[in-house]
Write a protein that binds this ligand. Structure first.
Ligand code: SAH
Length: 261
């Protein structure tokens, strides 16, 4: 049966692709990559003669048409997506026409840009007794937010927020988080092109000044906004430590030192 693989290429650095993705790319007969976001370097393992095309100027119908055309019985066909295919990747829109055409589907996960951004900035997204929750979301732009998911509502949890697709909406981010009870001096980190060799930029600011700092740095695309009460905790003099490594705390693999004979 013909099969199309939706493969997460990771955030940009070709070394952040999974081994499974790399193997599939090496076997592929045809690769359609999202050229505006996926580094061409991700196709470096393709075999000679592999049909590699950029979907940058294509409509959804053209993309699915291309994938269907390449999907002969024993061909390995890949749709290479930025980050992880399940996040803001139009996955189901592409899968449905392939389902209709009787083509099999496989998905290979990828490192999403929120994770690459946290890594670039050496930040943790969870911290004991500060926040234990991360929300992946976006600010309402042309795509309306479903009920209950506005930033004003989500912000009220005061947990970590990773905002995709929102770098041009920093004014709204500030207004909404202020309405949700955040302070103007809340730390915000913006990572532009996280993990892209030579292109990554990290901007540390606050809710009040992050828009201006991004403007000064010329950042207006491909950026992750992280708002979190954990930001900057590397510099805190006191943090609540994880129970996992606490000598007083037993778990499946280690007995607490005070109960050991
Ligand atoms: N599926 C992708 C997200 C696609 S939506 C993923 O899992 O990462 C595109 C948005 O992702 C961009 O607007 C930006 O917010 C974010 N993004 C993608 N690559 C990025 C990178 N290298 N650095 C920072 N943000 C990135």
């Amino acid at each position: 049966m013909a099969k199309v693989w939706f493969v997460g290429a990771g955030p940009g650095d070709p070394e952040l692709i999974t081994l499974k993705a790399q193997k599939l790319i090496a076997q592929a007969d045809a690769i359609l990559y999202a050229g505006s976001l996926v580094s061409k370097a991700a196709t470096q393992w393709a075999k000679p003669g592999c049909n590699i095309a950029d979907s940058k100027g294509m409509t959804l119908e053209e993309i699915t048409g291309w994938l269907i055309k390449q999907s002969t019985a024993d061909a390995t066909v890949i749709r290479l997506q930025t980050g992880d295919p399940s996040l803001y990747g139009a996955l189901i829109e592409m899968v449905q026409p392939l389902d209709k055409a009787g083509i099999g589907i496989g998905v290979v996960p990828g490192v999403t840009s929120a994770m690459a951004s946290a890594a670039a900035a050496v930040e943790t997204l969870t911290l004991p007794e500060v926040t234990q929750t991360v929300i992946f979301t976006r600010v309402e732009g042309r795509t309306p937010m479903p009920p209950g998911e506005s930033l004003v509502e989500l912000g009220q949890h005061h947990c970590t927020l990773c905002l995709y697709l929102s770098i041009t909406l920093l004014k709204k981010v500030r207004e909404d988080l202020l309405t949700a009870g955040w302070q103007d001096d809340s730390p915000i980190v913006v990572v532009h092109k996280a993990s892209w060799p030579d292109e990554q930029k990290i901007i540390h600011g606050t809710l009040a000044n992050i828009k201006e700092l991004c403007k000064q740095a010329g950042i207006n695309s491909q950026s992750m906004i992280i708002a979190s009460p954990t930001l900057g905790s590397r510099q805190w003099s006191e943090i609540k430590k994880s129970k996992l490594y606490d000598a007083q705390f037993s778990h499946r693999f280690r007995k607490a030192s005070n109960t050991q004979e």
